[in-house]
Design a protein around this ligand. Structure first.
Ligand code: AHG
Ligand code: MN
Ligand code: MN
Length: 337
């Protein structure tokens, strides 16, 4: 029998800690807290199909607590994991109106990191057994350590991210993350509850033949996007491209990153900034895309260079294989002239 000994996520985090100059191990502890929370959420996502059956018995779980909506549950789990370990000084979540100042514990606001999360991405897919995810983004605070966090600690451009990643709760559950030195993916062994390095140094193919967009909104899209969709469908060279749209950004992005492709959530007539949130969705995915050799744009500007002005700001989002993103930008520019 061949003995395989893959590296675990825990080992990988510790090994990579030395890549950071003057590292105090704080980021490693933060990533470990995310790893732990993701396993708790994974357990609950796996049971999602049972909720109605359990609900019929009184809607209580084993601790006697009311069953919660999964996105509320995921939000609480991630916030609790980050709070309890005192690894961040502030948390902003797509599910909370305001950011949370981490006060508990004597060292709380001495931490130098803030985390922004989309605790459950693709929530409309939960009850149909389709992949959902978690997205996270980590920054160093700009205000002084030891003082309460402020809004400006969270409103930093994406190019200041220290780390970002996602969890995809799928046919296998994976964590994919970057600390600015490439992108690595880890697959959960559900029997052992251990993540193993399964996708080292992920690179997005420069070109792809998959496009992912909610074409139901076609009529409302800007002209440049409409023309790009028609371009994808033309019979010419490697086209027509294949259309794949799950409706969970994490899952669509993950597939495109491994196979090559482009994800588009453009502006449309009723939503001039599109739907996706710059801080919880676009920035972390853009950081990952670039670290894997891909690209991310709002159609005109690099996502990571946008200056956020509010926590829940939205942005058009076009992301994936570099050559494909460049092509969309060309269409947008030409349509605007
Ligand atoms: P969330 O579940 O966190 O609100 O995010 C849903 C997002 C994203 O995951 C997905 O790609 C997109 O919404 C789908 O939107 P449409 O249904 O409008 O296509
Ligand atoms: Mn989301
Ligand atoms: Mn969400």
């Amino acid at each position: 029998m061949k003995i395989i000994n893959p590296q675990t996520l825990g080992e990988f985090i510790i090994e990579k800690q030395s890549e950071f100059q003057y590292s105090s191990g704080e980021l490693s502890r933060l990533l470990s807290a995310i790893k732990l929370a993701s396993k708790v959420v994974n357990q609950e996502v796996n049971k999602a199909g049972l909720v109605d059956i359990i609900g019929a018995m009184g809607n209580k779980n084993v601790q006697g607590e009311e069953q919660q909506k999964l996105d509320v549950f995921a939000n609480e789990v991630f916030i609790a994991a980050l709070n309890n370990r005192e690894v961040v000084c502030g948390i902003a979540s797509e599910e909370n109106k305001d950011f949370i100042e981490v006060k508990a514990g004597k060292n709380a606001n001495e931490s130098k990191y803030v985390v922004l999360i989309d605790p459950l991405d693709g929530s409309s897919n939960i009850d149909v057994n389709v992949n959902v995810g978690t997205i996270f983004s980590i920054y160093r605070r700009v205000t002084s350590e030891g003082t309460p966090v402020e809004l400006k600690d969270f409103l930093q451009p994406g190019n200041k991210q220290v780390a970002a990643g996602y969890v995809v709760y799928g046919s296998s559950t994976m964590i994919v993350y970057t600390t600015g030195y490439g992108v690595n993916g880890f697959t959960l062994d559900p029997a052992l509850g251990v993540y193993y390095l399964s996708h080292p140094d992920i690179k997005i193919p420069e070109k792809g033949n998959i496009y992912s967009i909610n074409e139901g909104n076609y009529i409302k899209f800007p002209l440049g996007i409409k023309k790009y969709i028609k371009y994808c469908q033309e019979e010419e060279g490697e086209r027509p491209y294949t259309s794949r749209y799950i409706g969970s950004l994490v899952a669509d992005f993950h597939r495109n990153m491994l196979k090559g492709g482009i994800y588009l959530y453009p502006s449309y007539s009723h939503a001039p900034k599109g739907k996706l949130r710059l801080l919880y969705e676009c920035n972390p995915m853009a950081f990952l895309a670039e670290q894997a050799g891909g690209s991310a744009s709002d159609g005109f500007t690099r996502i990571l260079d946008l200056n956020p002005i509010e926590l829940h700001q939205r942005s058009p989002f076009i992301c994936g294989s570099k050559e494909m993103v460049i092509k969309v930008e060309e269409f947008m520019k030409n349509a605007n002239e």
